[in-house]
Design a binder for this molecule. Sequence first.
Ligand code: CEZ
Length: 787
Amino acid sequence: MPSFIENGTRFHLDDPKLAPNSAAYLWNRRMMIQMNCRGYAVSQYMDPEPRKYAHPPIMPGQIFMLPEQGYYPNHPGRFFYLRDNDSGALFSAPYEPVRADLDRFAFEPGLSDIRWLIEKDGVRVELCLVLPVDDVAELWTVKITNTTAKRKSLSFVPFFPVGFMSWMNLGGHFDPALNAVVCTSVTPYQKIEQYFKNQHLKDITFLTADRRPDHFEVAQQAFEGEGGLHAPSALADGGHLRGGEAYYEIPACVMQWDLTIAGGASEDFRFVFGPAKDKAEIADLRAKYIDGDVEQVRRDAHAYVTEGGRSCLEIQSPDDTFNHFINHWLPRQVFYHGDTNRLTTDPQTRNYLQDALGVLFIRPQTTREVILHAVSQQHVSGKMPDGILLRPDAELKYINQVPHTDHGVWLAITVKAYLDETGDHSILDEQVAWTDDPTPATIREHVTRALRFLAAAVDERGLPYIEQGDWCDPMNMVGYKGKGVSGWLAEASSYAMSLWSKVCAAEGDEETASWLKSEAAALVDSINRHLWDGDWYGRGITDDGVVFGISTDKEGRIFLNAQSWALLCGAADDDRKARMLTAIDEQLVTPFGVEIHAPSFTAMREDIGRLTQKWPGAAENGAVYNHAAAFYAASLYHVGEGDRGFQVLRAMLTDPERADIATRGQLPLYIPNYYRGAYRQFPRTAGRSSNLFNTGTVAWVYRAVIEQLCGVRGEGDGAVIAPQVPSSWQTLNFTRRLRGATFNVVFSREDGLAKQIVEIDGQCVESGRLAAIEAGRIYEVRVRSPR
Ligand code: CEZ
């Protein structure tokens, strides 16, 4: 049975066919690798831009991770063939490419390693992958055990395909001094400048081992022959690798050992695989990871994730899957985002700021640095750029060259959250210059000006222009002619202005506070005047003045974001709220979560844009787009709908049982950016995971659990304790660290209570408010709630 093991810090999948593409990921600050349970891999590293070091046999896109990534026999992966030299029988671990029926299969990704245990005909193979904390390298250990009583003669053949490295120059050879297969290439270019720029690139991919192989091969075709990867010709008829090289032929790292293993005995191997600039770098990596202490590498990798990424919250609820996810896997995913910026040198501004919003609850110092860095690229007009450059040599690329109008919103939200979590008001006085004006201004002024910029970029109805997109990247044709407006952005701006107005008021700046309040109210007014459609809010108005996301639309009739943010900004009164929630339940809620809109578009709408061209039910075209669902959950908690909020969050997690794993096609180790939607149009494919673990969702889910479900958050100099616990839970215990203090909270339900009661250190605190938090102190909190 698939299940969490080791107290939820590891997962156990027992069948490679249940969810063939289910995967786990590892990362360090320089690289990431996603390994699926059957051995296929997608990995990339920073050089300084994202790059791959193992390729398919054709030229792929270099930097995008694909949603619903498909795999095929020649896909990059890490494979280990085992041949019984007496019977000739062949299998491969973990499963691909041979796909033999195994006697035992366990794919067991942990917080900082990925391991497998495979058994077939009396041979056990244990694989473990770990990434060193500060190098681009995969460190693999392999243990082969003869589980029978009789001696076995085996051939062990690791096969690490390298693929089509370059159309200009590629090849490979075995280097005896390095004990490595070294595959070489020249990154293709045409402009001369590029020649000089490319000097530093790691154009080598290598595999080195701790033992001298008996045989090797470097040309993939010579290995495969006519047999194909599931029965390579080089291994047929008791054959041995021929010691070949690759001369402008697709290279692969293949080594072979002839082993005689006594009954019950084992053989151990260690490998390092990765890119290198030159042979000296391979020698260095060998010294560190082949000759070095592998246990130390494991301990360091584990400490990086669990100590570096230590959460401010541990919970114990009646829902074990939720506990494991919140205690281990969610902070891990949040930390990955916050510490690596998704391995890009020009994160989208909204992603950069929202990733910082998540890591705030792990390492607030990082959030502080992100805020200061982000505003250093703000224009003196207040406009936030579309992407943030993280290195002097970085450039705005791809989507960041397309004008989007929402970036200022995330600045205000993140700074407000930072103040609440840390109480560090000194940040507001930090002085930072503008990208186009050297005169420094305070952070307070940077945020206010971002909001002034938003307030000014509105049409005659008072609704904000959308240009070529807002939060929704591919909503690129609503306003490209300069007239279309975003209802969502009106709500989000209003919400951000209200938040910031509170900060200004607390800081004694009444003038700005009241201006922001009146702007926020004016936006609400415009939204209610122009976008309320009777039962829900429309999403926007096109360049031609057409309101969309309304009841008369056949496709894209209702958009979730337009409802969630109406709740957040307070546009909807109780009657409207009730109508919206009903409409959402009827049209958007599915067993796999809440869809971003419905019905999904089945044809291009040239006044909405590229999102309508995505496959119906995929990504922004009607998927359960978890980032939008997380906004919805946040909005539900915001208006006290805790039970609904929890349902939305809980639907994002795959249940650790066969049926849900098979349908979603993923393991409960991360929240993917989407599950397929269009549930009412294409039920057969609904629920399928994108298996993309890059997503702004996690910051919002983490925050909702900490600040709303558990309900302990900073406010002014003090704290608020106001849990919104699902009504089906009778108990909840948790520990929350906030501003150097620790809150041990015991929540329980009781009969005969009229309302929730909070006791701090034995004292009843009617409001749930603590005026000042004492750092270093441990608060014992009891929350008693009506049943
Ligand atoms: O990218 C995300 C963006 O990183 O889409 C979100 C947006 O808020 C995030 O900033 C919603 O649009 O078609 C596109 O360009 C898409 O926008 C995607 O690239 C999308 C992906 O799902 C990547 O994870």
